[in-house]
Ligand binder design. Structure first.
Ligand SMILES: Nc1ncnc2c1ncn2[C@@H]1O[C@H](COP(=O)(O)OP(=O)(O)O)[C@@H](O)[C@H]1O
Ligand SMILES: [Mg+2]
Length: 632
């Protein structure tokens, strides 16, 4: 038997070093090499930023570590108890002795189960707190991004960041890191426990470790790719869904269901395939490790049986049945954590990839920001001036070329021009949705860059062609913050814009449910609600961008009337295609390709016989033709 010793020694030492290598390799490898998740942020930096979210809960984490000691203790001690019991029952024993052992075992088991329960409760609570904090921070950050930045990120991607990725990070703290610590301690602890019990058998088991390393290396290579593919496919499908579900009516109108089905099936199949591949990789790795586990157990039984039958000793030691039982249990508790560690390193990498994606969004500095010396503007008169404003969405593709105009307080000014001439752009620049490249925009003589953005936007009421209603009630959509206005004020605003007549006919009145995007109301009704929403907030400057475009003639009369009334509230800037809507404006600015062609009152412009005159006569004759239509 002693012939085995040198061999086992070598195998054991190789195994021991391999264990250390495995642990070190897994942690260092992840840091130096980008684990295939396209990361550019170093792990150190990611951790530093992530820790900020864990820090407030450090007490819980310390508590969890403390509790963990007990559950590891169970793993280490229980095999010894069973081993002793096995030995005991083979010899003469007294029942009370056995009872004591059973009680000890049961006690340990209960303590360990309670510990696991407490640990998961604490971790889940902390995890949910971290998750909501992260989600809220991210949401607030996204809200602060400029229109240009938001135009560049698909909504589906942002949804994935807000849901899957924040979830992955909360898992990182509550599941991955904690279990990795536990598994690492378990591996070391069980190794020590085995060495103390029987060093020779421990050496035998360590001989299997090089094989574990081999499988692990291959597993990590394959699983890395599989993980990445699953992630990419998930983001892809989320992006596709969020866009196409919003546009599903267009799909139906244009009979594109088949094509869209086909596209979706492709994406869905890609995700299914990626997941299957991931499952195959995991499904192969786990049985392989289990196989090693079984081999180790077989060796254990073989060696001990040989010793028993042949009456020999193993490396000069007698292996009693108690030792066999204890080792049998230790072996699976040794291989299990190693397998878990490997899988958890992968999950760690995936979580770090999520973290990086989230921090990339966090790193998008809001482009339109308050200057350090920006001022609060409590009240404004509503005077607006553009001084030689140049603006481009894309560098050097000028959309506005040297636009200058002046609007006096309480004036109504209309913008006219072909589609794409820059009308909406002008209106959006006044609210500082984008920053201009050259020139100045002044409100009451103050450059808008010198005014705090929130304070600036508070003075504007925007009514656009696509009214966005949030799901909720009519009341919540008008007041936005319900507690800020009384029902009386809300009704007053509705009356003012002639929205009261249709709301009165609704069963729920102000409490009538508004479905997503207000799709249970007609375009005209939505528009009237948006007017009420604007009016109630009493803006000094009102902006109407083709707000009257989707409206039938009957509603138009209502809207025309409310527009007339709204003119008294403050300055009004209007874009409308029907020139009849803007005839009575104090000033009409005619735009073409980002430049002002002419401006003046309706009469002045007609008199000039310029572009406005052409547009007017065109619309006028069209109307007349329509009016004569049936008789002609
Ligand atoms: N977000 C954007 N990114 C890039 N170009 C844009 C964007 N919005 C508008 N444009 C371009 O700016 C020009 C003016 O658009 P806009 O002000 O919306 O015109 P109008 O409202 O007069 O129809 C158009 O040529 C349009 O293609
Ligand atoms: Mg427009």
């Amino acid at each position: 038997m002693h012939d085995y010793l040198p061999l086992l020694m070598v195998g054991g030492v190789v195994g021991l070093f391999s264990t250390a290598f495995l642990i070190i390799w897994c942690s260092i490898k992840g840091k130096t090499e980008e684990i295939g998740f396209d990361r550019t942020m170093p792990d150190g930096e990611l951790f530093r930023r992530l820790i900020v979210y864990a820090k407030p809960h450090w007490k819980s984490f310390v508590l969890v570590l403390f509790i963990m000691v007990f559950s590891i203790a169970y793993d280490l001690i229980s095999p010894r108890i069973l081993g002793s019991v096995t030995n005991m029952v083979q010899e003469e024993f007294e029942l009370p002795q056995l009872y004591t052992m059973v009680a000890l075992y049961a006690g340990l088991l209960v303590v360990s189960m309670v510990c696991v329960y407490l640990q998961s409760i604490i971790l889940q609570r902390v995890g949910q707190k971290i998750l909501s904090k992260l989600r809220e921070d991210l949401f607030v950050h996204i809200e602060g991004l400029s229109h240009e930045q938001l135009n560049n990120i698909p909504v589906g991607k942002l949804v994935t960041r807000e849901t899957n990725d924040t979830n992955a990070i909360s898992m990182l703290f509550t599941n991955i890191l904690v279990n990795m610590v536990k598994n690492a301690f378990s591996v070391v602890g069980i190794l020590c426990a085995m060495l103390v019990l029987n060093y020779a058998l421990t050496l035998m088991i360590l001989c299997f470790v090089p094989f574990i390393i081999f499988f692990t290396v291959i597993f990590r290579l394959l699983s890395r790719r599989a993980y990445r593919k699953v992630k990419d496919c998930t983001t892809d499908i989320n992006t596709y869904l969020s866009e196409n579900l919003s546009g599903i009516k267009i799909t139906q109108i244009f009979n594109q269901e088949d094509r869209k089905n086909h596209e979706f099936l492709e994406k869905s199949a890609a995700l299914a395939k990626a997941r299957q591949r991931q499952m195959i990789v995991f499904g192969t790795f786990r049985p392989l490790i289990h196989l090693l586990n079984t081999f180790a157990v077989m060796c254990l039984f073989y060696l001990s049986a040989r010793g028993y039958i042949g009456g020999t000793t193993f490396l000069g030691q007698v292996i009693d049945s108690g030792t066999v039982v204890a080792f049998y249990m230790y072996i699976s508790r040794f291989f299990g954590p190693i397998q878990n560690l490997t899988e958890q390193f992968n999950m760690l990498q995936s979580a770090m990839a999520s973290a990086e994606k989230i921090f990339t969004v966090f790193d998008m500095e809001p482009q339109v920001v308050d200057e350090p010396d920006a001022i609060e503007l409590d009240e404004i008169r509503g005077e607006i001036e553009f001084r030689d404003v140049w603006f481009a969405y894309i560098p050097d593709e000028w959309v506005l070329k040297g636009v200058s105009f002046h609007v006096q307080p309480k004036q109504t000014v209309a913008f006219v021009g072909a589609t794409g001439s820059g009308k909406s752009t002008i209106l959006s620049l006044i609210c500082r949705n984008y920053d201009i490249q050259k020139g100045q925009i002044l409100i009451d003589g103050i450059d808008i860059k010198k005014i705090r953005i929130a304070s600036l936007r508070r003075h504007f009421g925007q009514m656009l062609q696509d009214v966005f209603l949030f799901s909720g009630t009519i009341r919540s959509n008008i007041a936005l913050r319900e507690e800020s206005f009384t029902d009386e004020q809300i009704w007053q605003a509705c009356k003012y814009v002639n929205a009261d007549s249709f709301i009165n006919k609704l069963e729920g009145g102000l409490d009538e449910v508004v479905r997503e995007r207000g799709n249970n109301f007609s375009a005209g009704q939505r528009q009237l609600l948006s007017f009420a929403r604007t009016i109630i907030h009493r803006p000094e400057v009102m902006i109407l961008d083709e707000a009257t475009a989707n409206i039938d003639t009957e509603t138009e009369i209502l809207i025309q009337d409310s527009l007339e009334k709204m003119k008294n509230i403050g300055t009004m800037l209007i874009v409308a295609h029907r020139l009849s809507t803007i005839q009575h404006s104090d000033n009409i600015i005619v735009l073409s390709h980002g430049e002002i062609l002419e401006q003046g009152t309706h009469q002045e412009l007609l008199h000039n016989k310029g572009r406005y005159y052409q547009l007017y006569t065109l619309q006028f004759s069209k109307q007349q033709l329509q009016a004569q239509g049936p008789t002609a």
